[in-house]
Design a protein around this ligand. Structure first.
Ligand code: EPU
Length: 452
């Protein structure tokens, strides 16, 4: 167990390079299982979720060479040696459920996947996944096992193309449906599909692999059965969540950071909100520079949404930024019903925040009739005080690091494994920008707090 010790009060200054995207790379690894061809990935982030996914693939027969220095990963799965994802992966992340879509067309055996995990940010069911795969002819059932449950899936009679219409454009369910459709006979049409940039990256990869796949108007994705597969070389897209995190960290600490590799096209909703706040940015040839040059004006309203809306994964760091902007601002979370759990720690650090179950601001969302507290009012600017903090999920974790960077004393942050899942070399990157942050074994801190 390790802890972060963060002493705030310093502006972040300098240049960092954005890493490859967690939410693209993990899916690309699973997609490579569709064929027995070698796939070579570049710009692969060295993060926990990629490690977990690579190990998952090894469990079922993948051979993987990962040069972490060069950020290159080669994967080939000549034969499936098993279709059973061991229970130790239960709850690890959201990836195992996608194994079903990738493997159904490649094996006659039962695919067994334990309960699905992910961050503590809401109920996160998989009903859309199951319904979509069933539409394609899969039989899927949830069975209680010795310790906990698992999904059993099979398509003994083969998969057959179908029309799938999602009631909500779920990212994971769209990915699962696309993966299964690649090997399903005939044509599959996915309506009201998610069209996040990470899904576009998956589609680019699949096209290179041999898939006949097109993105039509109105969130419709059409896929024809693929029988011929090819070797693939693919550069993983930049992590727009990492870019947003460092961007708002730079501005809130009144600093100036150039993020090499930041893609303008993927950051548009964030840049619009930064402009409303009076925060500075300049889009340059090979990245984006983010800076503070005048007082931040609050009074903004933002709503998280599916692409091309403001990402739910940007919400937490952005809330910390809003605690530093003058006036009242409103954030309405419409993707997850329970993604403000982290705000109690910010309040304890001095932030002036209030949660509401009503949809505040713009439109009514799916949670309008529920009592989930999914709207937040923020009054700024408020100074933040250092605290002992326990991280509940990945993005909240970054928000806490940001809050600690704003506090003048030293904060202690535990459960940093969450950050390792999604932020490559967090301490190295922040240190290179001048942050006072160290990672130490938990015991060392407990015994010698003054030494750090
Ligand atoms: N939903 C259902 N049923 C389903 C699937 C989803 O009700 O079968 C609901 C969810 O409960 C949620 C909403 O639909 O309220 C959106 O979920 P979605 O399926 O789109 O999310 P996901 O695929 O589980 C991915 C990212 C998340 C990101 C969301 C939204 C990965 C591994 N995770 O999750 O990323 O927030 O899309 O963009 O790609 C993160 O990186 O920190 C993270 C949480």
């Amino acid at each position: 167990m390790e802890l972060l010790k963060v002493k705030g009060g310093k502006p972040l200054q300098g240049t960092i390079k954005a890493s490859g995207a967690k939410n693209a790379m993990t899916k690309l690894l699973v997609a490579s299982l569709l064929s027995d061809k070698k796939c070579t990935f570049y710009n692969v982030p060295n993060i926990g979720d990629v490690e977990i996914t690579a190990n998952l693939c090894r469990e079922i027969g993948s051979q993987i060479q990962w040069d972490k220095e060069k950020q290159i990963l080669e994967i080939v799965t000549p034969h499936l040696t098993s279709c059973y994802v061991p229970q130790r992966y239960s709850g690890a992340n959201r990836i195992p459920i996608l194994m079903i879509g990738a493997l159904l067309g490649r094996t006659d055996e039962d695919i067994i996947v334990p309960t699905i995990g992910g961050d503590l940010i809401g109920s996160r069911p998989v009903d859309f996944h199951v319904q979509a795969l069933q539409k394609l002819g899969a039989r899927i059932e949830y069975r209680e096992m010795k310790k906990e449950g698992a999904y059993f899936a099979q398509a003994h009679k083969g998969l057959k193309g179908a029309v799938i219409e999602f009631s909500y454009p779920s990212v994971g369910a769209t990915e699962n449906a696309i993966l299964a459709a690649v090997r399903a006979s005939g044509k599959t049409v996915i309506k009201n599909a998610a069209i996040e940039p990470e899904i576009m990256d998956l589609i680019l990869f699949l096209q290179k692999l041999g898939a006949h796949i097109k993105v039509d108007v109105d969130r419709t994705i059409c896929i024809q059965q693929t029988t011929q597969f090819h070797e693939v070389e693919h550069t993983v897209m930049t992590d727009r969540n990492e870019v947003a995190s460092y961007a708002v960290a730079a501005i809130s600490t009144k600093g100036k950071v150039f993020i090499e590799g930041a893609e303008h096209l993927h950051m548009v909703p964030l840049l619009n909100k930064l402009r409303e706040l009076g925060a500075g940015f300049q889009v340059r040839k090979n990245g984006i520079e983010f800076f503070y040059d005048r007082e931040l004006r609050g009074g903004i309203h933002l709503e998280t949404d599916v692409h091309p809306g403001f990402m739910t994964d940007w919400q937490q760091p952005f809330v910390v930024l809003l605690t530093q902007a003058a006036g009242f601002s409103i954030v309405h979370e419409t993707v997850y019903e329970n993604r403000f759990g982290y705000t109690n720690v910010l309040q304890a650090m001095g932030a002036d925040l209030q949660l509401f179950s009503q949809c505040l601001g713009g439109k009514e969302c799916r949670f309008a009739a529920s009592d989930h507290r999914h709207s937040l009012v923020i009054k700024g600017p408020t100074p933040l005080q250092a605290k002992e903090i326990w991280i509940p999920d990945l993005r909240a974790g970054f928000a806490y690091v940001m809050a600690a960077l704003l506090a003048s004393e030293t904060s202690t942050i535990s459960n940093v494994e969450y950050l390792d899942r999604g932020y490559e070399d967090l301490v190295g990157k922040l240190s290179s920008l001048g942050a006072d942050i160290v990672r130490v074994p938990a015991r060392k801190i407990d015994k010698t707090p003054a030494a750090v």
